[in-house]
Structure formats: structure tokens, C-alpha cells
Design a protein around this ligand. Sequence first.
Ligand SMILES: Cc1ncc(COP(=O)(O)O)c(C=O)c1O
Length: 394
Amino acid sequence: MEFSTRISSLKPSAIREILKVTQDPTVISFAAGNPAPETFPAEEMSIIAADLFANRSATALQYGITEGYAPLRDAITKRMHEKYGVGGDGDITFVTTGGQQVIELAAKVLVNEGDTVLCEAPSFVGALNAFRSYKANLVGIPMDAEGVDVDRLEQALKTEKNVKLVYLIPTFQNPSGCTLSLERRKRVAELAEKYNVYVIEDNPYFDLRYSGEYVPPIKCFDKAGRIIYAGSFSKVLSPGIRIGYTVAPAEVANKMIVAKQVSDVHTNLFFQMLVGDYLMKYDLDQHIAQICDIYKKKCNLMIELAEKNFGDRVSFIRPDGGLFMWFTIPGGRNSFDFCKMASAKKVAAVPGNSFSVDESEISSSFRLNFSLATPEQMQKGMAILGETLTEFLK
Ligand SMILES: Cc1ncc(COP(=O)(O)O)c(C=O)c1O
């Protein structure tokens, strides 16, 4: 069968070989990005769900409108505006099937084959694949401890052809854990205006801060209507319910709504109502504070174990939040080989090249997730990674 060129350009990833081992329950996985199940508010959700089935099934089980369930949209609009200063008169908020759909819809309405999308190097593979599926010319912009290098970003905006989108994860970035500084955020908003380009601000980890100072979203500085904000309840409530949202300039938002109609008609109405009720009846900020306590402990434990088991043989960035840590083996060694050795010892880590625009590039970095493993698994897994490193560096 001859498949479409769009999909043919999406190659099965080489890291599958490593991630395959995570199917084995005896494997300690630092590979996935899954939130910890103990953070899911299952009890509150079961109370709301029972009420929805008992009293509002005629609405909850019916078709809805593409923009989303109105009380949920209103609650998101209010929360984002009042709490974070995100969204103004020129913006539209609508509900999506996860934050992933915001990225996919933006690519769908803006990117023609061969158009350029600028992204951080490294970046989130789900977004890179969305851009690849529209045959975008992906260009990675280097990062440092303060996030993406905005001078290099401006250079690329000047020199690359047909730049349609800039894709950034400014807060607790996946995979690097870096957070874009305030100055650079303002500069990104200015560059978007100056070069008349849309920027996706993908911010699913924004609420998961464990240390450091609050930095406002780039969208707060969006005077020109160029920032498409992607939010999600995946990391603060549950990823399985697939509830995300965008706050985007009306011109592009309206096109994305038309595109969404074709994709999935609307996001699962039952879970939209469930999240809408949750926001009305419970205190999301209190829940976020509780899960941040859980993750802060896990993050600190991973830092402690990295220091103990890796010593100065690898460098790493201390994240202020999010779910990931990014490690680099000095001397230009290939982290793919290291991760392969670790997977043979039943510990899964993701090699840095899988987050690259060009996966065939050699990366000496690797990503570890700290949200899922229990403290015992983390102790054991990090000790095995330390031993693997000793063998690898021989
Ligand atoms: C940076 C980034 N963006 C978007 C997503 C997609 O999240 P959602 O579950 O909201 O679709 C993820 C999920 O891991 C992510 O890491």
C-alpha cells in the first residue's frame, strides 16, 4: 500500500527499541512523562461523575459544540485572565483534546509543506511529530540555562524561509527542565510582532513549580496578537481525560476551530463537564499545591541520587519544576549507547537524540522522569544507572 507522503515522512523512532523494555513490569522506567497516579483526584472525580450520570446524562452523553462546554470555557478564560493575565479582548479560548491538539491544529492551519517551524533544540517529540506530519522544515534553536537563545532565534527569523511558527515550551521545558527568563520572554513577544510570526507557547508544566521565582507566561506580553497559548489539565488533574485548551488570537483561533471540527467534532463532553464541575466545586490551586509537594520530594530525591551515583561524571540542570531532569555526559559520548546498556539492565532512560530535529544526530544528553518511580525504584534505578555509567565510561 502506498501511504500519503505526509505520513510516510513520520518514521518509527529509533528509541522504540529502548522504550520497548518499559512494557516489562520489572523494568524501572524513567522514560515516560506520566504523572504520578497518586496525584489524580479520583475521589472527587467519582463524585462528579456519579452526579453527571444520575442528573445530567442528557447533556453529558450528547453531542456538544466544537468550541467546548460553555461553563468550562468560561472557567478557563476567567482563571487564565485573573490569575495569570493571559488573554484579552482579541483572544478566543476554546477547549481541546489535550495540549497536543493545540499544537496539531496550529500546524494544520498555518504550515504548508516546506514552511519553516522554529523550535527549541531539544524539544518535545509529540510536537516535532505534529510538525513533521505537515512536512514542515524544522529548525532547532540552541538553548542554555535560561532557555532558548533569543539572538539565535532572531537570526533564524531573519534568514530562514517562510517561517510560519515558533514553537516554545518556556516553563520547565520538556526535555531539558529549563525555564525561559523574564527578559527573554519579553523579547520573544517583541520578535513575534517584529517578524509577524505566530508563536505557540506550550505550557503544560506551568503550575508545577517547586522552587525559584514565578515567571509570567509570554502570552502576558502579547500586544500584537501573535501568541497561541497551549494549556492542559493533563499534568494537574489527569492526562487520560484529555482536556486541554488554547487562548489564541481570534484570527487564528477561528481557523483552528474549523480544523478541530474536522478532526474530532469536539472534545469528550463528559470529561469537559467533569473538569468544569471540578473547577467550580473544588479548589484546584489547593490540589496543585498538594501535588507540587509530592513532586518536589521526588525531584529532590532524584537530584540527591544523581549526585550520589553519578558524581561529577555527568552534568545536569536543576529544574525548578516540571517532571524531567536533563543530564549530559561530557566528552561528546553517545547517550544512545548508554541508554541501550541501561535498558539491558532493566532501567529505561531516553537518549537526547530522540528530542532532536534530526534524530540521527549524536547527543550526549539523556532525559530522566522523576514523577512516576517510587522512592525505592528511584534508589535502585539510579544506582543501576551509576553502575552503567562506570561501564560505559571504561
Ligand atoms: C511539552 C509538552 N507539550 C504537550 C504535551 C501534551 O500534553 P497533553 O496531554 O495535554 O496533550 C506534553 C505531554 O507530555 C508535553 O510534554
